[in-house]
Design a protein around this ligand. Sequence first.
Ligand code: FES
Length: 74
Amino acid sequence: MSKDGARITPYRDGPLLVRGDFEMVDQDGAAIETGRKTIALCRCGRSRIKPFCDGTHKATGFRAGSGPAGSGPA
Ligand code: FES
């Protein structure tokens, strides 16, 4: 993990996990309180609590690799 920074991990077939020292804000710069050191951000588009993951990706069969698209097998 980078010093004083965050680590973002795209989980295979799941959310983006954000760990470490981060700040989350809306597009107007207003703070979004997470109250956590680790959060999961939806990348399937189906969560009912966006921008956070609520686990819906499992029921919908969302598929995505852990690396950049086209970088290898998922
Ligand atoms: S990635 Fe989990 S609900 Fe979208």
